[in-house]
Design a protein around this ligand. Sequence first.
Ligand code: PDD
Length: 283
Amino acid sequence: MSRIVYVNGEFLAEADAKISVFDRGFLFADGVYEVSSVLRGKLIDNAGHIVRLHRSLAELEMAAPASDAAILAAQEALIQQNNVEEGLVYLQVTRGVADRDFAYPAADTPSTLVMFTQHKTLIDSPQAKQGIKIASIPDIRWKRRDIKTVGLLAPSMGKMQAKKAGADDAWMVEEGYVTEGTSNNAYIITQDNVLVTRHVGPEILNGITRRAVLRLAELTELRIEERSFTMEEAYAAKEAFVTSATTFVWPVIELDGQAVGDGQPGVFATKLRELYIEEALAA
Ligand code: PDD
């Protein structure tokens, strides 16, 4: 079944959708994106994703491609037209089409807005049940990871490096401290029930799921510390997990070949996942 995708105001069969070879997203990775999950046909945490989209655009001096209402209407139309019960909506804005030049083109150059959907099992995913294995790798990304740009080659390389090491994903380490996962935020729970995750700053993406999960953690007996942590601290942790729009909470059962806790998905990670899904379905 061919998808219907959205390109600059039009809904098209994916085979008919076209982007210029001069699009700056293609030539310079000069674009930003957001991924919102869909459960039972409804967008989850989408308002937060749109707020972060505006922040990314502002940091790159890019104008919004459409009103928030128009973006939401297009997202919802795509979900409906593609019969997405569970999955995601991907949204990308680039600086548009211009002669190749490092300097930005005139501010009135129309941006490119693309959206598409993907069916994906989110609730009953095997990774959620079994947990995932993580390898640590150096963080070789640029220094503005707070901007959600489409420049994703470093995390792609990181994911492949992790797979070659027999893991499912990587946690990236910079100056001795974990920044985040290749496409998710990273957490540990210490033996005395402290939930530790990197503080927000240019070094990591300020996850929308992160914010929700930290709020939900307040309902448990966990204490929360937003600070840097090392892999050594992680090896000694009781639990570890990752969060993102498309994973919600996935327990981590192995770090660099060593079992985390008893090597099974942790109690708190499992609870936080349940709380997140419960809240998402109730919204
Ligand atoms: N990635 N950190 C990085 C580097 C990410 O790419 C992501 C999300 C997150 C989690 O952010 P959020 O909770 O807002 O999804 C953290 C998306 C899912 C992706 O690139 O597919």
